[in-house]
Every structure is written in structure tokens, then in C-alpha cells.
Design a protein around this ligand. Structure first.
Ligand SMILES: Cc1cc2nc3c(=O)[nH]c(=O)nc-3n(C[C@H](O)[C@H](O)[C@H](O)COP(=O)(O)O)c2cc1C
Length: 174
């Protein structure tokens, strides 16, 4: 926290196929834990991320409708698999394939969320990137932010309906 917002650098922040980027959050998406791989790839220190909203690594090219679907799913107590483009503190980007799960206490109440991320392969990125770009353009081209979000969400949902699958099945078919 406390850093000045940076623009995307166009460079990739590398991470290995054998590595897993891990973070945990509270129910509001504030980071409570990040592993060493998370910190290295995002170029933040533990102090900077703990307590910060997870949007600290949001990349400006990510469509909002994907995060809406993401939050609707996990807030309903379900897991989700999602491709996410992230941005490090220096503007470098990195694609992840995330598996996000709610964490429940002994009484079955959700107490937080947990994300494990692996490096997607190039073919998967090549399939998802144009879809995300068109959703983002739709969000930005609309008359207002609300309209844009609604139109892009409808587009994403109609793509899923066309294929007859939920988002997690869709991402596995890529
Ligand atoms: C466990 C967990 C992991 C998350 N991981 C990411 C992530 O890697 N990148 C990201 O941009 N948002 C991530 N988010 C979503 C953010 O909380 C946020 O919704 C998103 O960055 C969009 O920002 P906004 O809600 O301020 O528009 C995560 C949320 C949770 C609960």
C-alpha cells in the first residue's frame, strides 16, 4: 500500500510451471496471507500486501464482469477456476490460472477465501485473452460503467449458455 499507481510496463513477470502462487483473504478480499512466490512475482513485500485489498494486483485490462462472476460464485460458497491477468508493483504482468475456494469454520460459516494459482500454458492464454479484450472493450465503450458491466456480463453469460457450461467447465474446455 502507499505506492503510486503504475502503468502496465508490457513486460512479463516470470514464474515457473512448478511454482504455485498462494494467497488467502478475509471475506472482503483483504489479503491475510501471501506465499514467497506471490511476493516475488508481484514484486511486493509481505508488509505491503497483508491488510491490502486483493485488487492491489489488479491489471487495468481485466474485465470487471469476470470479477463479478468470480465474487458471485465464491460468495455463494462455491469454488471457481479462473484465468486472471495480474500486475506487479512495477507494472509487469503475469497470467495465472486460479483455483479459489471459500474457507469454512467448524459450523460451516465462510470465514475467508484461498487462492492457488498455476502458470497457464500459452495456448490457454491465446484462447482467453481475445475474449477478455472484447469484454473489456464492451465495458469501456458503453455509455456508463454500469451499462458496460451489464452488457459485458450478459455477453459472458450468453457465451457460457451457448456452450451449455458453467464458467469452470468453460475454462477447462480451453
Ligand atoms: C482469494 C481471492 C483471490 C483473489 N485474487 C485476485 C488476483 O489474483 N487478481 C485480481 O486482480 N483480483 C483478485 N481477487 C479479486 C479482488 O478482490 C478484486 O475483486 C478484483 O481485483 C477487482 O477489483 P475491484 O473489485 O476493486 O474492481 C481475489 C479475491 C479473492 C477473494
Amino acid at each position: 500500500m502507499g505506492r503510486i499507481a503504475v502503468a502496465p510496463s508490457g513486460r512479463e513477470s516470470p514464474f515457473g510451471e512448478d511454482e504455485i502462487i498462494v494467497s488467502k483473504t478475509d471475506l472482503k478480499g483483504r489479503i491475510t496471507y501471501a506465499n514467497d512466490v506471490f511476493l516475488r512475482v508481484s514484486a511486493y513485500s509481505l508488509n505491503e500486501v497483508v491488510g491490502a485489498p486483493h485488487s492491489i494486483i489488479r491489471h487495468p485490462e481485466m474485465p470487471r464482469c469476470v470479477f463479478k462472476l468470480f465474487w458471485d460464485t465464491i460468495a455463494a460458497g462455491k469454488e471457481i477456476f479462473a484465468y486472471v491477468l495480474n500486475m506487479a508493483s512495477n507494472g509487469d504482468h503475469y497470467w495465472v490460472f486460479a483455483h479459489v475456494t471459500p474457507t469454512f469454520d467448524a459450523s460451516g460459516n465462510a470465514v475467508g477465501y484461498h487462492s492457488n494459482r498455476r502458470k497457464p500454458d500459452e495456448a490457454q492464454i491465446a484462447a482467453i485473452a481475445p475474449l477478455y479484450r472484447s469484454l473489456r472493450e464492451m465495458e469501456q465503450g458503453a455509455r456508463g460503467r454500469k451499462d458496460g458491466m451489464r452488457e459485458a456480463s450478459e455477453r459472458l453469460n450468453s457465451i457460457l449458455a451457448e456452450k451449455g457450461v458453467a464458467y469452470d467447465r468453460f475454462v477447462f474446455s480451453l
